[in-house]
Design a protein around this ligand. Sequence first.
Ligand code: FAD
Length: 345
Amino acid sequence: MSNLSTPLNIQRRASLREHNTFGLPALADILVRVASDADVRRVVDHPELGIAPKFVLGGGSNVVFTRDLMAVVVKVEVMGRRLVREQADAWIVEAGAGENWHDLVAWTLDQGWPGMENLALIPGLVGASPVQNIGAYGVELKDRFDSLDAVDLVTGRSVTLGADECRFGYRDSVFKQALAGKSVITRVRFRLPRPWQPVLGYLEIERKMHDTGVTAPDARTVFDWICAIRRAKLPDPAVIGNAGSFFKNPVVSPEQCRDIIGRDPEIVHYALADGSTKLAAGWLIDACGWKGKTVGRAGVYEKQALVLVNRGGASGAEVVTLARAIQESVYGRFGIRLEPEPIIL
Ligand SMILES: Cc1cc2nc3c(=O)[nH]c(=O)nc-3n(C[C@H](O)[C@H](O)[C@H](O)COP(=O)(O)OP(=O)(O)OC[C@H]3O[C@@H](n4cnc5c(N)ncnc54)[C@H](O)[C@@H]3O)c2cc1C
């Protein structure tokens, strides 16, 4: 951890290629690494950095850089993880925003505090997990969230926010809306309910139960299954540049859903509690013939049409051109507008 006597770690004209999992080329006017709340305040109070526009960067696994950033990129490196308290009904665990997400999930399991296993192997850092309310295999961050600490990028004030103030939605939170770009999340606390209850109601997990004959898996087994499922169907960003799912799964009204199913009975869809239906965006893209296609140096992953990939040396503009072409053909065939999940800059 830095203290007030060490100078801020500032880099000018810094390459962001190594800081985004798509491997897209871009330069940051200034890149500053922050390891504590005090560092964020020093950025805010800095005569040059304080007044410049800012972009907060975690692991870069949910961003698409289409240009150089004429901004101060605040790279979050706040470390540390600990058990805050053990309650009769939950373990409360805290992690610094700069901790690796998957390592945190594995560490909590090692400590005997299960509950985050369905979220294993999601790339990125802890600080970004509330931003889009990360989710996978039937669990969302909000289901395991207690509170977070953040520092305001204008006033330098620290705040603690609970779940209501974070306004979590499907791949959404106040940090993508009213507070977008306005604060740096520095620590997140998780509430892992006791006794542990597995979340198994997902087709691929049910298939694992069927194939292995294990009908009451422990948390470690679920963790291993999730890792295996993800490795089999998602490209490893260390090998093929990508940002995971490129589009959100669209949510449609019952009327729209009836209309679409009438035309395409095969469509993959999930009923939601409020009566609406979530459609599998990957299925819509595949149905339009995009799986495995390449445009320029960007492409659609062979095993999962929802994932756009860097075939080698792609620019952000090429990725966005491909994304727009996909949006147009899905709209043309189904009348549905796909919304990108990553932040496009
Ligand atoms: C192969 C692959 C699979 C994926 N699978 C999933 C999945 O199953 N489910 C899912 O939900 N996502 C998934 N993702 C998307 C991504 O991993 C998550 O959104 C992750 O939380 C992003 O973390 P990051 O640290 O890389 O954030 P970044 O990409 O660095 O940033 C994302 C956004 O969060 C903001 N941000 C980052 N850190 C902070 C902070 N400390 N304070 C304030 N704002 C911040 C940034 O400004 C930006 O707007 C996947 C991505 C890949 C590449």
